[in-house]
Design a protein around this ligand. Structure first.
Ligand SMILES: [Zn+2]
Length: 160
């Protein structure tokens, strides 16, 4: 999955440092750098106090149960230690396309298939996605949900 900075909702997020890679301690795949902000907000309450350091990585491997990790300080958070399902992980349920407004991939696909939406703007109008944007804290990558919504639209369009 390629991440580009495509914010269109004014949430002012940006992909921090794409050049910085670090391998997942469990599956050995390269993770994506995320700031501490979404980690602090999304780990389950019981683990919040253990969030240390400034930077984390997120494991993008759908089969791996690791979500956030920082190998420098030896911390990792697994799927069941994070309070929201991570959309690209296997068995995520529900699978959110927009974490800020809790709109699921299913709702986006329905807007495409049933209501004929083709663009993110149209989907947002139908589903209420990206209202009250606070992607920095609520999106697991700390970046704008735009990209995930676009991927869900593409899935919906492919089904038509
Ligand atoms: Zn992993």
């Amino acid at each position: 999955m390629k991440l580009v900075n495509e914010c269109c909702c004014g949430c002012n997020t940006k992909v921090t440092d794409l050049a910085k890679v670090n391998k997942c301690p469990v599956c050995d795949n390269e993770g994506i750098s995320v700031s501490k902000v979404p980690v602090e907000h999304l780990v389950a309450d019981d683990y919040r106090m253990t969030v240390e350091g400034d930077g984390y990585w997120i494991c993008m491997n759908e089969d791996c149960s690791v979500v956030y990790y920082n190998t420098d300080i030896g911390i990792k958070f697994l799927k069941d230690q994070v309070s929201v399902p991570i959309w690209f992980k296997k068995d995520a349920n529900p699978r959110y396309a927009c974490y800020c407004s809790k709109v699921t991939e299913e709702q986006v696909i329905e807007a495409v298939v049933k209501n004929g939406a083709k663009m993110v703007k149209e989907v947002n109008a139908i589903t209420g996605a990206m209202k009250n944007s606070n992607c920095k804290e609520k999106n697991p990558l700390g970046v704008c949900c735009h990209k995930i919504i676009q991927e869900a639209i593409d899935k919906g369009l492919a089904m038509k």
